[in-house]
Design a protein around this ligand. Structure first.
Ligand code: SF4
Ligand code: SF4
Length: 266
């Protein structure tokens, strides 16, 4: 009988914090078991003898495209991969790096690198990796849930894809019998608009949901915004909270105009 070849896996980070890759590393015991079933052939976080050019069965990609180099890398990964999976909210929705899009590059350069002018900062508008290439599946989260990564790779090995929770964070919050942050504390909580799967981690610790897992399918933004505004929360607070993690999506809601109008009224 011929020797069974293990599927080849690559794990990559574009611009981002590497938190999703760290979550995969945190799988520890399960990762050792996985290593008996797949070959992690290209993963700079865990090995130094990577194969940068081989064909990959599965590629997991984290981060946004924020430089020309990111885009070049993403295209190369896509070209060599049979199945490509976006990991983390940056790759899926844009995440925190997209906050930079609202600032002038000169301001960023000065504030971050303490240099006015001088060297050109190699950056373009930050956008999710999923805006630039076809992905076969997405795992949201900031960072991803370890259980969802493991479910995904196990499903891939079975020739299928997992079903991630299609429920909002509010649903999980209610099952935990938490006090609602909106109703009792007049806070902007994005739970009703955000994809569940985290077990309502933040409200369960007394903090409103910031929407880090990205929007659920068909979120009712209008109803939520009306509810927040009706509780006398300022438009500035509503806009800031709702655009933290999925700015490219939530900044299309026209909240900036309300913020400007509120500012003019002051
Ligand atoms: S605290 Fe947030 S997640 Fe929980 S029920 Fe209220 S709005 Fe939903
Ligand atoms: S409660 Fe909201 S912000 Fe907190 S982990 Fe879950 S999705 Fe992310």
């Amino acid at each position: 009988m011929g020797r069974h070849k293990k599927p080849k896996v690559g794990i990559f980070g574009l611009t981002g914090c590497a938190g999703d890759q760290l979550q995969i590393l945190n799988c520890e015991d399960e990762l050792l078991e996985l290593a008996t079933k797949v070959d992690f052939v290209d993963w700079v976080m865990v090995r130094s003898d990577n194969d940068f050019n081989c064909r990959l069965d599965y590629a997991f990609v984290e981060g946004v495209v924020a430089t020309e180099g990111d885009l070049e890398r993403l295209r190369k990964i896509r070209a060599r991969s049979r199945t490509m999976i976006a990991i983390g909210t940056c790759a899926v929705w844009g995440g925190l790096p997209t906050m930079k899009n609202n600032l002038q590059p000169e301001v960023l350069q000065r504030e971050v690198y303490a240099r006015a002018g001088g060297e050109f900062l190699d950056t373009v508008e930050a956008r999710p990796a999923t805006s630039f290439a076809d992905f076969d599946f997405s795992i949201p989260g900031c960072p991803i849930e370890r259980s969802e990564f493991l479910a995904t790779i196990r499903a891939l090995l079975e020739g299928t894809l997992p079903e991630l929770p299609a429920i909002p964070v509010c649903w999980e919050c209610k099952t935990r019998e938490n006090v609602c942050r909106v109703v009792y504390y007049d806070e902007v909580c994005c739970g009703a608009m955000t994809q569940g799967g985290c077990g309502a981690r933040c409200p369960s610790h007394g903090v409103p949901c910031a929407g880090c897992r990205g929007p659920i399918e068909e979120p009712n933004y209008d109803a939520n915004i009306t509810m927040f505004a009706g509780r006398r929360i300022s438009w500035k607070d509503i806009a800031r909270k709702m655009s933290d993690f999925s700015a490219p999506v939530w900044m299309t809601l026209g909240l900036e105009q309300e913020v400007d109008r509120e500012h003019d009224d002051d």
